[in-house]
Design a protein around this ligand. Structure first.
Ligand code: HEC
Ligand code: HEC
Length: 174
């Protein structure tokens, strides 16, 4: 049986947000003739996703908080939003949020593809978080340890994360 694309193909792992996978795959088909255009489309969608205060589309009329997440990871996206909204994972609010987010992402992808169809090319205008250029100025090729990526480095390397070593409840687990 056909497995629903895309959260169905990575059950419960909460890695890349499932709303991003189908459009990214589609760009690979629609712009297969030109790698540069394909990359511009993907760069635009990924950078836009980091910043956009989801969900804009809210047909349920729940007046859900719109929160910009700064990560393309499902785990970060859903969890940060639930904290902000003060709701649980099984709640209708959370379901409507992810549904609205998916609609917003489809809308953005279609607008981008329309622009590409009209102009015959596509240029990304949304940029990764500025800190990425700062960090990668050293860590992409110049200074060891080398790494790669365009996600906001601070969402993982920043100081606001829970440090288990400093946590009374969890320190003994390490
Ligand atoms: C001016 C160059 C420079 C910039 C800019 C820079 N780093 Fe580094 N980074 C280094 C050097 C040199 C090391 C290795 C020596 C050390 O560990 O201090 C390092 C080590 C690291 C390490 C491994 C060691 C550790 O401390 O955990 C991480 C992770 C890291 N950098 C992340 C970042 C992030 C995230 C940014 C952007 C906020 C950044 N770096 C910006 C030069 C830089
Ligand atoms: C989703 C979380 C996440 C994001 C986003 C992220 N990192 Fe990391 N990074 C990690 C983890 C986890 C490691 C492995 C740390 C370890 O093993 O100590 C790592 C390792 C590194 C290392 C090597 C550290 C070493 O000791 O060798 C560097 C350098 C680094 N990251 C820089 C960056 C930069 C620059 C960015 C932004 C472009 C970035 N990271 C974004 C989670 C992240």
């Amino acid at each position: 049986m056909f497995r629903p694309f895309s959260s169905g193909v990575r059950p419960g792992w909460a890695s890349i947000c499932g709303a991003l996978v189908p459009p990214l795959a589609l760009f690979g088909v629609v712009a297969a003739h030109d790698n540069a255009i394909m990359n511009q489309l993907s760069d635009e969608l990924m950078a836009w996703y980091q910043k956009f205060p989801f969900p804009e589309y809210q047909p349920g009329g729940m007046n859900l908080p719109q929160v910009s997440i700064d990560s393309s990871l499902c785990h970060v996206s859903v969890t940060k939003w639930m904290k902000e909204a003060g709701v649980a994972r099984g709640s209708d609010e959370r379901k409507h949020r992810c549904g609205g987010l998916t609609a917003d992402t489809v809308m953005k992808s279609v607008q981008m593809l329309n622009e590409m169809a009209d102009k015959g090319t596509f240029e990304a205008t949304t940029k990764a978080a500025p800190i990425v250029a700062t960090c990668m100025g050293c860590h992409s090729t110049a200074v060891e340890p080398l790494t790669h990526g365009k996600e906001n480095c601070m969402s993982c390397h920043g100081s606001k994360l829970i440090n288990l070593e400093d946590c009374q409840t969890h320190g003994h687990l390490l």
